[in-house]
Design a protein around this ligand. Structure first.
Ligand code: SHN
Ligand code: NAI
Length: 219
């Protein structure tokens, strides 16, 4: 994998077809990541892990148990070349390029268009880390460290914050003031407070409380 300056984005894959070629541990990990993003996943491989086989049985992925053949990327939004055969991965990448489909290549020999970071999800909070291919185990370790710092409670925090933000955006016309209040609404202490209270029931009281927090933050 040569050195690149990668551009990180969050992609919407809901109900989009993503095709994974290969059925080993790496393919399984990519398939799970795609399912977590609501994608429709097609896996093509003559042999597959137990995990992939269970996912197919449960109907969560569409499995074609055979070798990759040109044409398999038809209709794909993203392609993943995750076999243990470099020449197969290269053919998948070539088909993707012909079709203009972004492709991820799991081995280091063929250039892919994108790489996959290590990911931690807490509801709407998505944390990701990448070492740009220098050492993926570092990415995994850092995400492991973040998972204890940002626990499952963050899911509730962000649900609450989304509602607060909607109220502030509707009630506070001045952009500078809005930004000031939303910064005050986003501290960890504030997130804990919102997740424990019925703030949305009384907009006036909420805005007063935010003003108080904003002033406290200054002092
Ligand atoms: C470039 C990239 C392309 C891509 O796959 O997108 C790529 C490439 C390669 N990985 C290899 C090896 C390993 N990969 C992992 C793990 C992960 N690899 C992931 C991403 C990426 N791997 C992309 C770079 C992202 C980045 O740098 O941040 C993660 C983050 C996400 C995911 O895969 O979903 C996931 C951790 C998820 C988690 O656990 O949270 C482990 C550790 C383990 O398995 O426990 C090992 C063994 C240890 C080691 O080798 O370091 C090899 C050598 C293969 C060989 O030797 O044959 C290559 C090829 C090469 O480097 O040339
Ligand atoms: N990017 C990453 O995160 C990592 C990448 N790797 C690389 O990825 C490759 C795959 O790793 P694993 O999943 O552990 O390997 P694996 O050996 O467990 O699985 C390889 C899979 O490819 C399938 N396959 C072989 N020929 C095929 C064909 N013609 N069409 C469709 N599927 C075919 C096999 O059926 C098997 O399911 C490794 O050889 C290595 O180069 C390895 C570790 C991590």
């Amino acid at each position: 994998m040569s050195e690149h300056e990668w551009y990180p984005i969050l992609l919407s894959l809901k109900d989009r077809t993503c095709v994974v070629i290969g059925g080993g541990e790496v393919a399984e990990r990519k398939a799970r990541g795609l399912l977590n993003a609501g994608a429709s996943v097609r896996v093509i491989s003559p042999s597959v892990t137990r995990g992939l086989s269970d996912m197919a049985q449960a109907g969560s992925i569409h499995l074609l148990q055979r070798e990759y053949a040109k044409g398999d990327l038809e209709g794909a939004t993203l392609a993943f070349a995750a076999t243990d055969r470099q020449e197969v991965n290269a053919s998948v990448a070539a088909e993707a390029r012909e079709r203009g489909i972004p492709v991820n290549v799991a081995d280091g020999d063929t250039e892919g268009d994108f790489i996959v970071p290590a990911v931690l999800r807490r509801g709407d909070l998505v944390l990701s880390a990448s070492a740009s291919g220098a050492g993926p185990a570092v990415s995994a370790r850092i995400i492991g460290e973040l998972s204890s710092r940002y626990g499952p409670e963050y899911e509730g925090y962000l649900k609450a914050l989304r509602q607060i933000r909607a109220i502030v955006r509707a009630e506070v016309p001045d952009p500078g003031q809005r930004r000031r209040l939303l910064a005050a609404a986003s501290t960890e202490e504030a997130l804990i407070e919102w997740s424990r209270s019925d703030f949305a029931l009384d907009k006036r009281a909420l805005l007063d409380r935010l003003e108080e927090r904003a002033l406290d933050g200054k002092g």
